[in-house]
Design a protein around this ligand. Structure first.
Ligand SMILES: Cc1ncc(COP(=O)(O)O)c(C=O)c1O
Length: 425
């Protein structure tokens, strides 16, 4: 490669990091913070979130939707990154919050999110969770099954707004584990059952049926499944509210093409204009595409093993902090963060006792050495939320960076935390 080609390749790597990220000397800088300093202060592995990029994304969604459909609300799907500081930011940006279960509800409320803007989801909501939601006066509860109706009828004393989740029979092209719109989905009600639920809710004294909900899956890379789902649910009649779910994909690698937020909203709203009542209220619930691209995971290289068939770089994290690869075969990219650039191909692996603990099957890394930092971009969604203690791993901290200042918003777990829940017999 010529020097210019090396330079271009290095610049291209930056594309996957939060907007505003830079290279100074050979070192990656995010939110104005040098990665070496971040690692010295907070150690590794660590999830680093660029606050400006996150807020910008929230505003792009909020302003983009309201410009296209005034009577609307963006509701962040908090399962993608449930951390009190993130709930607070989304609340500050005027977004609603989708919570799936009691834990997410508690975090949203403790972050000061307006309960009226909370949407409660779940295919197996317990009495306790429903009770908490009703007591907190959450704005909307999404009915997934007839038991939800039975339970709520008993619990609710004042009026409670609800939506009915409909299975639209849309088979979105994504990993099976995150497809939810097909006929066999465990989420929501078939058209026939939805009609029965609608009839029951219309007769209810306490539950106010506002409309329908649909969600076809996650990491969806074209707009067509979303527009087909709108067309499908429109067959159930006219309602004041339609919650069109989330699902837009994130761009994890250079090879991937993903609709922009604006392209996605254009398609969604065009379909809504065609099929839904003009006076209806539209909600959307982006999760992954809201938070993925403003964050990266910073690791340290523990060993470099050159073999006859493959060479491995092993880092101090892995499937304990990123299950996207083992669960959904998600592709990622990476760079040596203190020596940004491309070089020899390596398999980037974690430290856990499984061959499946592989972060990237093949990635060109520039001369990786023990003690180097490895940055994996686009890890904001579903990595922290599925982090675990496999092999006694400690769940990483979350660090927010902005204007050259880094703030710890969730500390690393400690070995004491691992022992804390034990009950001595
Ligand atoms: C009901 C519902 N809404 C929204 C989302 C968010 O999806 P995504 O993170 O793909 O945008 C999910 C997640 O699968 C979901 O189950």
């Amino acid at each position: 490669m010529t020097t210019r080609e090396v330079h271009d390749e290095t610049r291209r790597l930056l594309d996957l990091f939060a907007p505003g990220s830079a290279i100074e000397g050979e070192e990656l800088v995010i939110g104005g913070c040098r990665v070496r300093e971040l690692a010295e202060t907070f150690a590794t592995p660590a999830l680093i979130i660029d606050e400006r990029a996150l807020r910008q994304r929230a505003r792009r969604y909020r302003d983009g939707l309201s410009a296209r459909w005034a009577n609307s609300q963006v509701v962040w799907a908090s399962k993608s990154l449930p951390c009190t500081a993130i709930y607070r930011i989304m609340g500050e940006e005027g977004l609603g919050v989708d919570v799936a279960g009691g834990g997410e509800l508690v975090m949203a409320l403790s972050a000061g999110v307006d309960p009226g803007r909370i949407v409660l989801h779940g295919n197996a909501k317990t009495d306790d969770e429903l009770q908490r939601a009703v007591r907190a006066e959450v704005g909307t509860i999404v009915i997934d099954n007839f038991d939800d109706i039975d339970r709520l009828e008993k619990l609710v004393t004042n009026e409670q707004a609800v939506l009915v989740r409909v299975v639209p029979n849309v088979d979105a092209p994504t990993h099976d584990a995150i497809a939810t719109g097909h006929a066999n989905s465990k989420f929501g009600l078939s058209f026939d059952d939805a009609e029965r639920a609608i009839a029951r809710l219309r007769a209810s004294q306490r539950l106010r049926l506002d409309g329908l909900h649909v969600h076809v899956g996650s990491q969806i890379l074209s707009t067509e499944p979303f527009t087909r789902a709108i067309e499908a649910i429109a067959r159930l009649g006219k309602f004041p509210v339609y919650d069109l779910g989330g699902g837009l994909g994130a761009r994890y690698t250079h090879e991937m093409t993903v609709p922009s937020v604006e392209q996605y909203l254009d398609a969604l709203v065009a379909s809504a204009r065609e099929h839904l009542p003009a006076e209806s209220r539209i909600l959307i619930e982006p999760g992954r595409s809201m938070v993925a691209e403003s964050a990266m995971t910073l690791y340290s290289v523990v060993t470099v093993k050159r073999g006859a068939h493959r060479s491995f770089v092993a880092v101090d994290g892995g499937m304990g902090d990123n299950l996207e690869v083992s669960l959904y075969d998600q592709a990622f990219d990476a760079t040596v963060a203190n020596r940004v650039g491309r070089g020899e191909n390596f398999t980037l692996v974690g430290r856990h006792c499984e061959s499946g603990d592989q972060l990237i099957e093949s990635v060109a890394l520039r001369d990786p050495r023990i003690g180097d930092l490895i940055a994996v971009p686009v890890t904001g969604a579903y990595c922290m939320t599925m982090a675990n203690n496999y092999n006694g791993a400690l769940r990483p901290p979350i660090v927010m960076v902005r204007d050259a200042t880094a703030t710890l918003v969730q500390r690393r777990e400690t070995y004491d935390d691992l022992l804390r829940r034990d009950v001595t017999p």
